[in-house]
Design a protein around this ligand. Structure first.
Ligand code: N01
Length: 543
C-alpha cells in the first residue's frame, strides 16, 4: 500500500489521551495524524462493553477540564458514568472539536521505527506514514490477559474476555455462565450476569475487598452545583494525591474511641466509592491503620453474605486493603445470596483445563458451562507499548530494552528512543490517578516541549542517568507505601506469567509528580538531553 503521508506528529490511539493530544497539538499549530485500530473513538471504553462496565471515578471529574464550555454543556446522568455514556461523551468531544478529520480508523500499527530525523509508522495493512514526533496514546489497560489454559480451543460453548466483549452483546439468559476473575471487572460484571443467567459460577483465585459504589442518578440540582463549582473542583484535583477532587482525611482513626472510629468507617461506607479510601488517613502507609480498615470490610462481607463458608471464601486475607486496585461495586457480595450463583475456590483447586463442556479443576471436578467469561485483566502499562514493534536509535527495539522491566524518564520518554513520548507510560502516576487528569497534564507538558523542539530543532531523548534516577524515585515512592505487599498485583506485573516484577506506576502522588515535571521543564529539560547550553541556543534562534 502507498505512502500515507507526513505529519509533524503521529499519535497512536484515539481514547481519552489520543483525542486530547490531537486537539491540543493541532491548536498549537502542529499537523497531527491519529492512528486508531478500532472503527470509533473511545479506547478502553470502546472495547470494554461487558455487562456492568462503568467507571469508578465519578462522572463530574472523570472528564476533560481543558475547556470550561465543554464542562458546562455536557450533562452526566449518573454518579458513575457507564461505558456507553463515556463513549458518547468522547464521540461528542470528537465532533465538537472536529477531530475525526485527522483520525484514521481501522489502522492497526505494527511497527514504529526511528528513521533519520523522524519516525516511520507501518500498519497491518502495509501502509506507512512518517512524522517527526511520535506520541503513544495506547492506554494502560488495553492488552487483554487471557490465561493460557489447555483445551480452550476445544470449548463447545462461547468464551469472551471482558476487554473484547462482542458489540452486539452476549445472550446469557437461562444459560450456564462461568466467570474467571474477581478484580474490578469481574466484580462489576458478576451481579449483572447473575441477574440474567440460568446459573452463574464464579471461579475465584483471590478474594477481593470491594466498597459499595452507591451509584445513583444525578439530579439537575447536583449537576448545577457541580458546574458552578468547577474552578474550585479542578484546583483541588491539581493539588491532590490521586487527581481526585477529595481532600484526604486528617483524622487519625486509631486515636479515636471505638464508637467514633466505627462511625467514621460507617459513614465512609455509606458514602461509598473511592471516597472510602480517602476517608482513612494513612491507610496506604500505616500497617496498623490498614489492618483496622481491612477488618472493618471483612466484617461487612460476613454481615452481607448469608452462607458462612461462602463469606469466608470471599474474605480477603492475603493482602492489605487497597494494595490491589480497590474495586467498587453494586450488590457484589449480595449476589452470592442468590440461589443461581455458586463460588469455586480455584486457589485451593486450580483450573486444570477447559474441556468441550466446561472447566475441569485439578481435583477432577467438572463444571459444565455454556458461556465462559475471562475477567482476567490486562498486561498493564507495558503490554500496550510492547504489543507492536517500536524500534529506536541504532535499531534497538523497546522489547529488548525493557526485557528486565520498563525504564523511562518520568514515564514520558525512553533512552534510545528520540522524540518518542508516551502518554501515561510506566513510571508515571497513570493508573493511580484519575486518568483524564493525568492525561491532560502529560499532553500539555508534551505540547510545551514540542513547541520548544520546533523552534530549536533539538531532539529530545532521555539520558540514561535521568532514567536511573527516576527508576530509583519510582521504587522509593512505592516502598514508602504498602502497595508492594500485594504480591499478585498487576501494579507489579505479577498477573502475567514471565513478566518482570517491577512496580509500574509512580506512587509518589499526582501533585508531587506534576511539580517534578514542571521543574524538569523549567530547568530546560536536562533529563531529556536538553540543557542550559541548548536553551541559550534556543533563545538565539528565537531572537
Ligand atoms: O483485572 P485484574 P480487571 N486463573 O487484574 C484473576 C481497571 N478497571 O480487569 O488476583 C484464575 O484486577 C485474578 O486473580 P488474582 C482497574 O484499574 C476499572 O478486573 O491474580 N484467576 C483477578 O481476580 C482495575 O484494577 C474499572 O489471583 C485468574 C482477576 O482475574 C483494572 O482495570 C472496571 C487467572 C483479574 O483482575 C483491571 O481490572 C474494570 C487465572 N489464570 C477495570 N488470571 C472501573 O473503573 C487472572 N485471574 C470500575
Amino acid at each position: 500500500m502507498g505512502d500515507g503521508g507526513h505529519t509533524d506528529v503521529i499519535v497512536i490511539g484515539a481514547g481519552f489521551s489520543g483525542l486530547y493530544a490531537l486537539h491540543r497539538l493541532r491548536s498549537r499549530g502542529f499537523s497531527v495524524q491519529v492512528l486508531e485500530q478500532a472503527d470509533g473513538v473511545g479506547g478502553t471504553w470502546y472495547w470494554n462493553r461487558y455487562p456492568g462496565a462503568r467507571c469508578d471515578s465519578e462522572s463530574y471529574y472523570y472528564c476533560y477540564s481543558f475547556d470550561p464550555e465543554l464542562e458546562q454543556e455536557w450533562r452526566w446522568s449518573e454518579r458513575y458514568p457507564g461505558q456507553e455514556e463515556i463513549r458518547g461523551y468522547l464521540e461528542h468531544v470528537a465532533d465538537r472539536y472536529d477531530l475525526r478529520r485527522d483520525i484514521a480508523f481501522g489502522v492497526r500499527v505494527e511497527r514504529a521505527e526511528r528513521d533519520g530525523e523522524g519516525w516511520t509508522v507501518t500498519a497491518a495493512d502495509g501502509s506507512s506514514r512518517r512524522c517527526r514526533w511520535l506520541v503513544t496514546a495506547v492506554g494502560c489497560l488495553s492488552t487483554a490477559n487471557v490465561p493460557d489454559i489447555p483445551g480452550l480451543e476445544d470449548f463447545a460453548g462461547e468464551w469472551h474476555h471482558t476487554g473484547h466483549w462482542p458489540h452486539d452483546g452476549v445472550d446469557v439468559r437461562g444459560r450456564r455462565v462461568g466467570v474467571v476473575g474477581t478484580g474490578s471487572t469481574g466484580i462489576q460484571a458478576i451481579p449483572v450476569l447473575a441477574a440474567a443467567a440460568g446459573h452463574l459460577t464464579v471461579f475465584q483465585r483471590t478474594a477481593n475487598y470491594s466498597i459499595p459504589a452507591r451509584n445513583a442518578p444525578l439530579s439537575e440540582e447536583e449537576m448545577a452545583a457541580t458546574k458552578a463549582d468547577y474552578p474550585a473542583i479542578r484546583r483541588v484535583q491539581q493539588g491532590s494525591t490521586n487527581g481526585h477532587p477529595f481532600v484526604l482525611s486528617d483524622v487519625d482513626v486509631l486515636d479515636l474511641p471505638a464508637d467514633r472510629r466505627r462511625a467514621l468507617y460507617e459513614q465512609a461506607w455509606e458514602r461509598g466509592g473511592l471516597r472510602f479510601r480517602a476517608a482513612v488517613k494513612d491507610v496506604l502507609t500505616d500497617p496498623e491503620v490498614n489492618a483496622d480498615t481491612s477488618e472493618f470490610i471483612r466484617a461487612k462481607i460476613r454481615e452481607t453474605v448469608h452462607d458462612p463458608a461462602t463469606a469466608e471464601l470471599l474474605t480477603p486475607r492475603d493482602h492489605p486493603f487497597a494494595t490491589k486496585r480497590p474495586p467498587i461495586d453494586t450488590h457484589y457480595f449480595e449476589t452470592y445470596n442468590r440461589p443461581n450463583v455458586s463460588l469455586v475456590d480455584v486457589k485451593a483447586d486450580p483450573i486444570a483445563a477447559v474441556t468441550a463442556s466446561g472447566l475441569r479443576l485439578e481435583s477432577g471436578a467438572e463444571h459444565p458451562l455454556d458461556v465462559l467469561v475471562f475477567a482476567t485483566g490486562f498486561d498493564a502499562l507495558t503490554g500496550p507499548l510492547l504489543s507492536f514493534d517500536i524500534v529506536g536509535r541504532d535499531g534497538v527495539s523497546l522489547r529488548e530494552t525493557w526485557h528486565d522491566g520498563p525504564h523511562t524518564h518520568l514515564g514520558l520518554g525512553v533512552a534510545g528512543f528520540p522524540d518518542l513520548f508516551t502518554i501515561t507510560g510506566p513510571g508515571s502516576p497513570s493508573v493511580l490517578t484519575n486518568m483524564p487528569t493525568a492525561i491532560e497534564q502529560h499532553v500539555d507538558w508534551i505540547a510545551d516541549l514540542l513547541e520548544r523542539l520546533r523552534t530549536t530543532g533539538e531532539v529530545a531523548e532521555p539520558t540514561p542517568e535521568a532514567e536511573a534516577a527516576w527508576a530509583a524515585e519510582v521504587a522509593r515512592a512505592a516502598d514508602a507505601t504498602l502497595l508492594p505487599q500485594a504480591a499478585s498485583s498487576w501494579y507489579l506485573g505479577a498477573n502475567v506469567p514471565g513478566k518482570a516484577r517491577v512496580f509500574l506506576p509512580y506512587a509518589g502522588g499526582y501533585a508531587r509528580y506534576r511539580a517534578t515535571c514542571d521543574d524538569e521543564a523549567a530547568a530546560g529539560y536536562p533529563g531529556f538531553g536538553l540543557g542550559a547550553i541548548r536553551t541559550n541556543l534556543a533563545n538565539r534562534h528565537a531572537v
